[in-house]
Design a binder for this molecule. Structure first.
Ligand code: URP
Ligand code: ZN
Ligand code: ZN
Length: 465
């Protein structure tokens, strides 16, 4: 049904203005100071009018880093596309970029098809993927070309998770040369796998098995070394790179130093690192397991570095690294040793509200920088702009009508993810999503899902690097 959103304060990465927005079909047709419904081609009975007085109208937010189908650390993440879509939409996210994470012996193209099939009928958000390269023998290389030609021009590489997802330097170098030739960006989990392995073994041998030892097993210097390693290979191959879940000052400095040398490196922060610190993972009675992710939560002062990086736009995006493992039965696998706790802090629904509450409301970030970091940059870096990531005539009508006056709390009861806890339980929430549209169809109204499962589409992308 055609939509007219009236009297909203429209915020993009570059503009802040009052306007009415008319959407027809999948896209935005008109943006004007005032649109008189009588001037529209749509008969009044077929037009939905949304009053956005006192509200912000944002472009649909894009989460550039989520895991939904994820076989990992001997178990599977608990969400599927239906639950993850509902959660994403309730938090204002209209496009997801999911990591395809095959096992070390899987055929890459089979994995691509498996991940696509998981999304196909259940997605209520639009989606695309980053293709993890966990093997790169000569005989599988052509499969990556085919995946790029199929509309997925971004790779993911893990420098961590020794023996499971990591890649040899020889293969990393060859993969980055191929990425450069194809114009594909390489996203990377930057932590030195060998250093972590040695530190973990030493800690466990000393009887240090609790959740409080997770951070000391992967200290900032281990992440900084990973960023340095990636950027060195980028410098040598000419590949464009993107550091996912950049968590700390030392890692940010390495990326900035590489940029200074001319390396094309983009940076992602994720919401958990912006608002949670290392003390959460130190909570007694195994409560800390809820806060085990990698790279780990850091000393609190690092949060200022991340927020400042976002404000100056040195850090490009905010994702979540949503990796939903239940506390009961899954996180609990690591009661005897922190190394067996499945990594992840589910945040797909909370991301935008956390950035608004702790960034915008606390004066750390302006509204336009928030939109840039949570939507526009992901669209630009990953080849979806201006179809996604902005509000302009011809763009997809992915829109978020946001109520800045709302006051409430984050809770497991209000979350749509299947995971059995909320890392932000009871925290104050300032502002919330009112209406969310995906290509012109209302999917969320007053925080409730009113849309269609299966509405979400795969968004094919072209190489832009
Ligand atoms: O803790 C994390 N980050 N879990 C998901 C896997 C990954 O490293 O992205
Ligand atoms: Zn990672
Ligand atoms: Zn991840």
């Amino acid at each position: 049904m055609p939509l007219l959103i009236q009297h909203g304060r429209v915020i993009t990465a570059a503009d802040d203005f009052m306007a009415d927005i008319y959407c027809q079909g999948n896209t935005i047709s008109r943006i004007e100071p005032t649109i008189d419904p009588r001037t529209l081609p749509t008969p009044p009975e077929d037009l939905e009018i949304i009053d956005a007085s006192g509200k912000y109208v944002f472009p649909g937010f894009i989460d550039p880093h989520v895991h939904i189908y994820l076989p990992f650390m001997g178990t599977y993440a608990v969400d599927d596309y239906e639950s993850a879509s509902r959660a994403a939409l309730a938090g204002g996210t209209t496009t997801l970029i999911e990591m395809i994470c095959p096992g070390p012996t899987d055929q890459p193209f089979d994995a691509f098809e498996t991940w696509r099939s998981k999304a196909q009928d259940l997605a209520a958000v639009d989606y695309t993927f980053h293709m993890s390269v966990v093997r790169f023998e000569r005989d599988v290389r052509d499969q990556f070309r085919t995946i790029v030609e199929s509309g997925v021009p971004s790779f993911k590489v893990f420098l961590a998770y020794k023996g499971a997802l990591d890649l040899s330097d020889e293969d990393l170098f060859a993969m980055m040369k191929m990425a450069r030739d194809l114009g594909v960006i390489v996203t990377a989990h930057c932590e030195n796998a060998e250093a972590i392995d040695a530190l973990q073994k030493a800690l466990l041998a000393a009887g240090k098995t609790g959740t409080e030892w997770h951070e000391p097993s992967r200290p900032p210097v281990v992440e900084a070394e990973g960023v340095h390693h990636l950027c060195t290979f980028a410098e040598l191959t000419g590949a464009h790179v993107y550091t996912v879940h950049t968590s700390c000052d030392l890692a940010v400095r390495e990326a900035l130093a590489a940029r200074h040398r001319g390396v094309n490196v983009w940076m992602e922060a994720v919401a958990p690192h912006l608002v949670l610190d290392a003390t959460y993972a130190e909570r007694p009675d195994f409560e800390g397991a809820k806060y085990v992710m990698s790279p780990p939560l850091r000393a609190k002062w690092n949060q200022d570095v991340l927020w400042n990086g976002l404000r100056s736009r040195a850090i490009n995006t905010v994702g979540t690294d949503h990796a939903p493992f239940n506390y009961r039965g899954q996180k609990e696998m690591g009661r005897a040793a922190f190394t067996a706790i499945p990594n992840g802090i589910p945040t797909i629904q909370e991301r935008v509200d956390l950035v608004y509450t702790h960034g915008v409301c606390e004066g750390r970030l302006g509204l336009m920088a928030m939109v840039d970091a949570c939507s526009t940059q992901a669209a630009r870096i990953f080849g979806m702009y201006p179809r996604k990531g902005t509000i302009r005539v011809g763009s997809d009508a992915d829109l978020v009508v946001y109520d800045p006056e709302y006051r409430g709390t984050f809770s497991h009861a209000a979350s749509f993810s299947k995971v059995d806890y909320n890392a932000y339980e009871g925290w104050e929430k300032k502002g919330r999503v009112g209406v969310v549209t995906v290509r012109g169809q209302v999917q969320i109204r007053d925080g409730e899902f009113v849309g269609t499962i299966g509405r979400g589409e795969f968004i094919p992308r072209e190489p832009t690097h």
